[in-house]
Design a protein around this ligand. Structure first.
Ligand SMILES: CC(=O)SCCNC(=O)CCNC(=O)[C@H](O)C(C)(C)COP(=O)(O)OP(=O)(O)OC[C@H]1O[C@@H](n2cnc3c(N)ncnc32)[C@H](O)[C@@H]1OP(=O)(O)O
Ligand SMILES: CC(C)C(=O)C(=O)O
Length: 250
């Protein structure tokens, strides 16, 4: 799953406009990708306009799914859903930081409060998708800074999101586990992923996605080792461009 058009684009001094994004989107399609994360439509008019461009121009091939990224906030979910209106298949990717420093400094919320915030937003997103029965909207969740979050907390949050979204083997959810800032050797990330792979509930209804960054220069090694550490239903996120915040996603 390439995230250049979202994660990579966030770190560019000059973010891509619609014309440049379109060139890269066409290239990614030509390379054979079937799921492409195309933007963060609630964060800027530019990204919103690009998703609208894809929806209005009919350029998305029948076998390609568009993914869009959103914080776990109702107003931003609304804006995200508005951006994909008319696209036949989409993946809405919900994220909130779960690590202690982010809970304390950025979100000013306790563990329980962050958990509640995520579940409220995930439920809101589910209801919004149910209001669009023909749209085929699937779901992805990212506990941002997964690699710095207590394993028991991230497991509890992911399992409750799986349940709330009513994941099933024929309609799996994606849990994407980012090393938002790479601070350890690849074996540590692989151990964290292995723990999740072994303990996630309804594992046959979950696609586990690894999302390493490259701050220490070991992003590719992290992805390889993490996939080897697991058992089944994997996805790896990649980006050729740098990703937020000034790091690289492999
Ligand atoms: C690693 C990554 O790449 S993840 C992406 C990181 N990068 C970014 O998010 C950059 C783009 N973000 C933005 O431009 C802005 O955050 C916007 C435009 C999306 C939203 O802007 P604002 O409305 O001003 O929101 P702001 O960031 O100040 O946060 C406001 C509220 O949202 C909450 N919030 C922030 N992020 C999230 C989140 N992911 N999920 C849920 N709530 C969140 C904050 O805690 C705050 O809550 P409060 O008002 O109850 O205290
Ligand atoms: C998946 C999101 C939250 C991200 O880009 C990151 O944390 O690296």
């Amino acid at each position: 799953m390439p995230v250049d058009l979202r994660d990579g684009n966030q770190a560019l001094a000059e973010p891509m406009d619609t014309a440049r994004k379109r060139r890269m989107f066409d290239l990614l399609v030509t390379m054979g990708f079937k799921e492409i994360e195309v933007g963060y439509p609630s964060a800027s008019q530019t990204d919103f306009d690009f998703v609208r461009h894809l929806a209005d121009s009919g350029t998305v091939p029948d076998d390609v799914t568009i993914s869009v990224f959103t914080p776990a906030r109702e107003d931003l979910i609304d804006r995200t859903i508005a951006s994909v209106d008319g696209l036949p298949r989409t993946l809405v990717h919900l994220y909130t930081a779960t690590a202690p420093t982010w809970r304390n400094v950025v979100l000013s919320r306790s563990r329980a409060e962050v958990h509640r915030l995520i579940l409220d937003a995930a439920g809101y997103l589910l209801r919004k998708a149910e209001q669009r029965p023909g749209a085929d909207i699937r779901f992805e969740f990212s506990p941002e800074v997964f690699n710095l979050t207590e394993p028991d907390f991230v497991l509890e949050v992911c399992n409750s999101v799986t349940e709330l979204w009513e994941a099933s083997p024929d309609r799996p959810v994606i849990h994407n586990l980012p090393a938002t800032v790479e601070i350890a050797t690849p074996n540590v990330y692989a151990d964290q992923i292995e723990y999740m792979d072994r303990h996630l509930a309804r594992r046959d209804s979950v696609i586990l996605s690894v999302h390493p960054h490259n701050d220490r220069g070991t992003g590719v090694a992290c992805a390889e080792l993490a996939v080897l550490a697991g058992r089944s239903a994997w996805r790896a996120v990649c980006s050729a461009t740098a990703s937020a915040p000034g790091t690289s996603t492999w």
